[in-house]
Design a binder for this molecule. Sequence first.
Ligand code: ARG
Length: 722
Amino acid sequence: MNIKVKFLALVLSMLMLVPSSVKADEGMWLLSLIGKNYSDMQQKGFKLTADDIYNINQSCIKDAIVGLGNAGSPFWHFCTAEIVSDKGLLTTNHHCGYGQIQEHSTVEHDYLRDGFWAYTMEEELPNPGLTASILVRVEDVTNQVLAALNDDMTEAERNKAIVEVSKQISAKAKEGTNYEATVKSMFNNNQFFLFVHNIYKDVRLVGAPPSSMGKFGGDTDNWMWPRHTADFSMFRIYTAPDGSPAEYSKDNVPLKPKHHLPINIKGVEENDFAMIMGFPGTTNRFVTSYGLEEVMNITNKLRYEIRTQKINVWKAAMNADQAVKIKYASKYASCSNYWKYSNEQNKALKALNTIGVKQDIEKRYNEWAKGKDAKYQNVLSEIEKMIAARKPYMAARTYLAEGLLSGPELPMQAFGVQMALIQAENATAEEKAKIMDELKKEAKTFYKDYDQALETKTIATLFEYVYKNIEPEYCPEFLAEINKKYKGNFEKYAADAMKKSVFANEETFMKFLEKPNVKKLAKDPMVVAGSGAYMDYVAVAKKIKNAAPDLDRMQRLFVYGLLDMNGNKPIAPDANSTIRCTYGNCLAYEPRDGVYYSYYTTLDGVMEKEDPTNPEFIVPAKLKELWNAKDYGRYANAKGELPTCFITNNDITGGNSGSPVMNAQGHLIGLAFDGNSEAMSGDIDFEENMQRCINLDVRYMLFIIDKFAGAKNLINEMTIVE
Ligand code: ARG
């Protein structure tokens, strides 16, 4: 990873301090412990054995489940995919492959708009940096880790010791193999598990429907049921000729998987068993009522408000220009997804009185703590105090992070370049050449998806918004100066800044790189803004830490209490991007009084939603023809309809996107792709009556591959159960 990317990754990981969380029919279960749930699974209709899900000595379902990641952080899985042929073919969501589809798109070959299909393996498109990881084994290493810890340690010492011993454990697990390994903490550092993976690095794009199908409904339908989105795309894993993971090479061969999922088109009925395996990212189910209040009133609220500013500016520019639309499509989607989520989650948390639920749990904890060791006393009142103490800084941090660091792009881009150049100054000639080379490459990638006019507008809008809304005490100095110098005219500032900055566009930047003057660079308006915002962010983050020095420890003790209170009843740890299994049933629901939502949708609903005047609801002519002809073939249900999506009560979250929904036999029946707005509180508290997982029906997917795209090559390599 180049140094600039490394730096940005660090910043991004800091920005990710987004709350996460969960609770019970609930459960994102660890695979190695799934035996504990086995009788419950059987009761719900499961027909296989626990060994069919996870067994390290024989092929099993886990061998077909793939975590999609990036080379820089391969253990952070942004999505899930599943192997559906003996040649390493993968299915995942359209919104998971979106970044890759976007990267390969140009105005001439707009795969976002028109879709993409490889009719031979030669036509498949490589995606450097994309990784696919498959679990080899998971092991409870709690005792090994705890042996290195003691109660006299401060939390910082403790965390350091955890990192050390975790490194040793994973190094040992990798010895003499091609595997990658990591130790992950569970239950807020109360337990620890080792995960050993094969991580494949040559993953090629195979197919995607047009966005008018893969993203049908857009932001309007996002996080909503009923849904009619063909949210799938296809990839393939390649390996070195000996089957080991390897970087892209034309000599690589398709993966020969240990297991692939048969695809069952017999259809899914209400109450049928449904199981999902994948890589849920983050949940926050052990958060206290105090922490939750902070999430609602600061993080979610401000994130929504700040992103609304950015989204409005971007949307207008994208709708006005096809080239801008392609460039910004993927960046826009990642911003808008959690923009809407933040707002819907707050609505659900209020409607379901989740604070009240948390308060009840806290009462029970306090009862439990009575008569226990002193360290368990006052845990909750300490948490309350610390969260109150950090309140003023939390809002400031959100403005800085959302409005400045990840709002416009140039300030952080500029700051990252400055850091790299400073490093180059003190490096050997050889290292320096390498850094310069990487900077050039990175800039090419950056400016490929960049529009100067739009960035100018984004800077003007967000700088002004932050200036006007952040508590003056925490307003970065550079913003106050801009306001003074330009008398509040941030548009004039942005236009001026662009004239002066070497970062304004690819041409100005490449010219600068030919003879970089690091001293002068410090005065570049984008460096001034980027470094100013970043330093302020770091300072505020430090204040947050100092105001709540013991929060992690208190949270760990609180969760220890909850586990102990729970006795022997299985309870699942929060999601942390490790592989999990969740099971349940296909189920309708009532979102509001007097309203009933069926458990499935059909192609007829796509036509009902059609609106040629709204880019989110356009239906391609070819799909309409197929609908008119009712030419559904073997993909129709018994009523002659073409099913599109269905819902289940599985417990999933972001990162699960693309996960296989399997029937009682472990056959693929759907692809999980969303959750429902009414239970958007689910990451904090699983809502048994309301929480639904929204899935693409495999029959709609196969229909599109077969009849819409005519990609018989793909149909023929899959195992289809009729
Ligand atoms: N909400 C979905 C998730 O987080 C993403 C859906 C993508 N579709 C969209 N219209 N943005 O997994």
